[in-house]
Design a protein around this ligand. Structure first.
Ligand code: ZN
Length: 309
């Protein structure tokens, strides 16, 4: 009986020992194995995230659309948590890049505001198109309201000299700077937005200025201003505005020549045909898979005279 009891006790002790050893081993081995599995998995995910990030960065470098910056900055600031999110982002950027491949057309209106500005803005609003207005300095209430409406409705407010009087704007470097600063600060006061794009009256290739245009270009650049000429014109700058069909022909024949087309038109009280022409122009350009954009920092400046280094 005693012997049985000693055997039983030994068996029980051995059983306890086995349980203790198994428990200790389980406590060490299971977390260890789990850790190894997790480390391998995390490493694989990290590699995938890096690959997708570099792919996304490459795509963004290749071509950037004006409407993209929000997405681009999100990509820079958002933390990547799930590879599926990164993949989704890369796909979205691929779609945007495809959209970028459409021909970019910048509709620009010089010389405003005028009695036609509101009609032009109404048409642009109806078609949900943003454009650029290179304006001059006018102090009547309607013009002030027009500057504000241009800005409020998301168009680019560019400068076209305060006076548009060639003899005084181009009289000298000092006169040019005075005129440009007067317009810039005036537009800033009226709209709260500091304009940073300029179109020379008559273009940078005008033959009126006796002063070397490079002097004015340097002045603008000194103030951080970029100037834009045009590579397509509807021809409404002539004293007699052409027929709508002629303006259409003028634009559509040149659009295919450029990847980025800056179209010159005028916002002038005497150019009512330009207003008539605008809806059809927008429709034709849209049919031809053009994307109509306001000038911004992603637009490549079209310049008749290039700045000297
Ligand atoms: Zn002009």
């Amino acid at each position: 009986m005693n012997k049985m009891s000693v055997d039983q006790k030994r068996k029980r002790i051995n059983l306890y020992k086995r349980i203790i050893v198994t428990t200790i081993l389980a406590c060490i081995l299971i977390p260890g194995i789990l850790c190894v599995i997790l480390l391998v998995r995390v490493h694989a995910l990290e590699k995938k995230v890096e690959e997708l990030q570099s792919l996304a960065a490459w795509k963004m470098q290749e071509d950037v659309q004006p409407e993209v910056p929000e997405t681009a900055s999100q990509a820079e600031t958002e933390q990547v948590e799930e590879p599926s999110e990164v993949l989704q982002q890369a796909v979205t950027e691929e779609e945007t890049t495809q959209a970028d491949e459409r021909k970019r057309v910048y509709l620009t209106f010089d010389d405003g505001p005028s009695s036609h500005t509101n009609e032009i803005l109404d048409i642009l609003k109806e078609y949900n198109v943003k454009a650029t207005f290179f304006v001059v300095g006018k102090t009547d209430e309607a013009s002030k309201a027009a500057y504000r409406r241009i800005v409020e409705e998301g168009h680019t407010l560019g400068m076209h000299s305060y006076s548009h009087v060639y003899e005084s704007v181009y009289a000298s470097g000092e006169e040019f700077e005075k005129d440009f600063l007067k317009l810039q600060s005036y537009l800033y006061e009226e709209t709260g937005v500091l304009p940073v794009y300029y179109r020379f009256p008559g273009g940078s290739s005008n033959t009126i200025s006796k002063v070397d245009m490079q002097e004015f270009i340097s002045c603008l650049h000194k103030h951080g201003i970029e100037y834009f000429d045009w590579n397509v014109s509807n021809g409404d700058g002539m004293s007699r505005t052409p027929a709508v069909e002629v303006m259409m022909e003028n634009v559509m024949k040149d659009i295919p020549l450029y990847e980025e087309a800056v179209v010159l038109m005028h916002d002038d009280a005497n150019k009512h045909r330009t207003v008539e022409f605008l809806p059809t122009l927008i429709e034709r350009l849209t049919e031809q898979d053009c994307v109509l954009l306001p000038i911004d920092d992603t637009a490549e400046p079209v310049q008749h005279i290039r700045p000297e280094e």
